[in-house]
Write a protein that binds this ligand. Sequence first.
Ligand SMILES: [Fe+2]
Length: 598
Amino acid sequence: MSEQKEIISTLFERGVLVNRDILNRKVDGSLLEKIEIESDIIVLNQDYAEILVEQNHLVDWYEIDQYRVEAEKERDDELYQTHLQHFKKSIVVVGEAQQKKEKKNIIISSLEFELNNSHSQPSFTNEAKIEAQNPINDNPITKAGTSGDPRHSIINNTINYIDENRTLTGAAHLSLSDNSSIVTVIISHKNIPHKYSVQDFTNFFVSRYHFLENILRHRQDLQHTSTIQRVLQKKERENVSIIGLVENIGETKNGTLVLTLEDLTGRIKVFIPKNKKEIYKEARDVVLDEVVGITGMCGENVIFGDTIVWPDIPSDRKLKKGDVEEYILFLSDIHVGSKLFLREEFSKFLQWINGQIGNEQQRAIANQVKYIIIAGDLVDGVGIYPSQEEELELTTIQGQYQEFSRLLRQIPLDKKIIMCPGNHDAVHLAEPQPIFYQEFAPGLFDLPNVTLVTNPSLINIGKTTAFPGFDVLIYHGYSFDYYVSNVESIRTNGGYHRSDLIMKFLLKRRHLAPSFTSTPYYPSHQEDPLLIKKIPDFFITGHIHYSCVANYKGVTMISGSCWQGKTSFQEKLGHEPEPARVPIINLKTREVKVLRFG
Ligand SMILES: [Fe+2]
């Protein structure tokens, strides 16, 4: 009995309520460690304990809690059970330690299909044959919709908001008659070069502050927020709350964290001592230039912080489900041109997507794939990292894109392909990165089923007259390196193997690169273009060459894998890529599978 009391008390201290059914179970140190990582978990029952033991992947506890409550009220146990299974299966990411390797293999084999390739050497030389099997060349939607000529996606304004209703009126009609898939570009960017001044940078940060402040001000903890100037004028000690941009992060000799926050009226220091364990732990993850809310007690020109509030996304969002049985799949980091490009594995992928290999079910899925997102690094580029030329098979950028286009032409035309650049592509590194340059990659502009978008961008897919479609945020992920290095909770919980933690970190901050130095920026926009203004249904990234799928508050976060072996540069940085994986989602059920081609 005393042991049970201890469990209840230990978990209560961590903010977790214990269900009666867990009391007969041994709650050991490793389970407690996992609970510690999952900051969103508020109830522990036998089911949750099993999920925690079986995996070390992010689970959307808010969502599963909603289903649990429905089940406990005897309304819908099936939904709860289905989602338990889903989370138990959604396991891709594991720790780096060698001793965990065995477990990793077991987990992956339980999740992934390995395509049963009965064919020997794949060959894609006979393009005509493939097109003949998929006679969709004259599909009218590719001409009428935004998914047609990719040049239609080139945007003339700083940020383009295509009038979805206008665009889709015609397209939806066609969709009903020929069952074609719809792609609408909601946000793409165009950088307007000019002589930059300090004002450009000021506008940039002020727009960021205004947008995030507006979200934060609606949070319950921050209903009575004061400006920093007003807090500085207070003579008495009293509870206050402020919203500010993090200008500096420091530490006193005794380890108290000191955040300097500024708003449009002034700046103030916020002290967070080590003995306030909960806020101290959260505050260790604060990064420069992000906008947060703080509540606490004001002193003389300082605040002693009690809580930190992030903009985040609402907890009550539900996983949206489509009304058509179709699939979307995610590729990234193809790196064509590299000697380490996994040609054979990519050929297997092309064979599968053409329905030429795989078992009956896998071929049926290939046929139902309607959307393919490629999140950057189509080619390896030239001069990207030291001594790269020694690892290049194709040494010119034009040659690399020509080969990439040749491969892409082998994807059946009924699949809509949406692509953005990454840091290896031949566009400038500063974000937003423009769509590809026709001069270097003319082949991409000739593909009728391709939509080219900027990095980042927001698109909508699958809209019909009865369904609003899915919003897909695409970002290559160049800022990820910074957060793996600088955010303790990401670095110590799997780093590059936990892109789910990175994506959750960014969604909580409603920004793709909150720290100014985490990625090169282009301050040529009226508004900060890397804000996550509209909450997507899917958040798609690449860059780290390690695939991952997880849910966070109704957003499915996906990191693509790669099609390149480990480079010498990655070897030096300690990266462990996991190539030739293809996450794929059934848009009607939101069920996730990861196909393995190597
Ligand atoms: Fe890459």
